[in-house]
Design a protein. Sequence first.
Length: 670
Amino acid sequence: MSEVLFNSILVANRGEIAVRVIRSAKAAGYRTIAVYSEADRYAPHVELADEALLLGPAPVKDSYLNAERIIAAAKRSDAQAIHPGYGFLSENAAFAKACAGAGIVFIGPSPEAIDLMGNKAAAKRHMLAASVPCVPGYQGSAQDNDSLLSAAQAIGAPIMVKAAAGGGGRGMRLVEELADLPSALDAARSEALNAFGSDELILEKAVLEPRHVEIQVFGDSHGKVLHLGERDCSVQRRHQKVVEEAPCPVMTEELRQAMGAAAVAAAESIGYVGAGTVEFLLDASNTFYFLEMNTRLQVEHPVTELVTGLDLVDLQLRVAQGEALPLKQEDVVLRGHAIEVRLYAEDTVNGFLPASGTAEQWSPPAGEGIRVDHGLTSGLLVSPFYDPMIAKVIAYDTHRDGAIRRLRRALENTLLFGVPNNREFLIDVLERDRFTTGAATTAFIEQEFPNGVSAQAADLDTLMLAGLLQFLEQQQINGELRLFADEGFDGSTGVRSLPASFAYQIDDELAQVDVTALGDDRYQVVCGELEKHALLLGLPATGCLRLAWDEHIQNLAFCFRERGFVELQKRGRQFRLRNELAFSAAEREIAGSGSVTAPMHGNVLGLRVAEGDRVCKGDALAVLEAMKMEHTLIAEVDGVVSTIQVEQGQQVSANDLLLTISTAAENDLD
């Protein structure tokens, strides 16, 4: 029995990973301490922990990236260990050293291992020395353009430019023609310096359309290292993982043994202790190349847990206590199939821009084989200050087809109103043949969605349901119907004999919907020549309605957020509709103007236009940096830039007015 080193753990993170770590730590009998920023005061991880301490304001430099404040919080709460989760300080060697210096156990690998693997150039040089297969490339110290151009000529196009100090797709550019390399180097350096504080780059021969396959490794302080199988993370957007699964659909036992042995050799070569992931590129001929090593728990670890039956966080705690790993390599058996998708707060239609807002209604799915890791509650603000991932939805079944079916249905049953999100995009991904047949590579999203994502237009049936919902909302306000258990709604009761009218935009025209209460929870809904009848099956609960719609019994989720708007979800598809009759003509004119606002909190990196410039729909207007990524704002109307309200380098908040485009009608451009 090993000596007990700690009985209390501070979790230096937030959101779903903080919740997940706290749950395993509490189950193992540890006292748990959370830390939080001012933006996270009411977050679930704060409520779940035994204790919680405020770090500071919302910006990460003042809270979750402030190592001094985190260590001070650990000392104040008598925490004996710190679990960093992933992101933030999880791969910061200086933080791991500071923990040791303060007499606090860092639940992770040694600072030396973190430091070595944290730099792509140094990591690749080390792996080459350890005979781990690597992509041909350049990882030298000379960083001037001439040296990089010379190296690129020796490697040959296509080439991948990568930030040596980072990951997650930041500071990464694909160069298909060597003539484009200088501009790619400049762009990658700028993004890398902004994201990681280092503009060091490496070059690699681009392996086109590979699979991204990673091996979960675990090491203990007794010299044992083993692997827990692989995960396929090929479905990515801008090098950010979207879907992860275990096992890999094309894995053979021979290939698994070879990749597992290479991953174990990589970990052993640096004396690795704890949970880590060795990532590889796998080409069509089943040749694999070392990509990088992540010295922490991965976002996608739940799929490994489901197919191995292991709790990876619990294993982390045991290894950090000095215990030996409680299993041998032959004990690791993969059973069934698990698939995870990342639910992001992002505007998929608008170039996947990160989004923020209040989760007016959040209802995660449940059921056999479904796991949801999240740190969200209804009414909680999804902050613009942090990563936009808000939940992970994971499905498990004995076979891959069953896991896909369960996951697709779980996403259809996921309710999230108030925050733009990628839920429907994830459903679309799972339904594509290239994914269902297991043929997806890292080029999947680019190939399947070459023109981006378009919003699904509402049909007349949906407009009529929206009219019914907004009619019921009016009845609620008037006290004639209780959609919510709120005694504050009082008023007259009775049946309306006159229809109420609503109007919605469809195909550039207005469609009028007339709703009449017939009594006994029955309603007539008319749109042009189309007539339907609704019967409410019991008083509707908050946000959910079951009704017979022309004898078709169905469930309808909904949310009222702003005057004149209703959000509804049916068969997994969500619509946000605006009743034009709730707005004056002047308000409708403003809504269609050329006002360009910030879609998120961020920094204005550059302006692409000046006052007086003519612009066309689709032209670039400005570049905004948010969440360490650059986002180009595009003109939505033709016209002339009449005013610019911001300047380069200025910090802006979501919905701030950036510039105004006077439309053609206003300027007589035609």
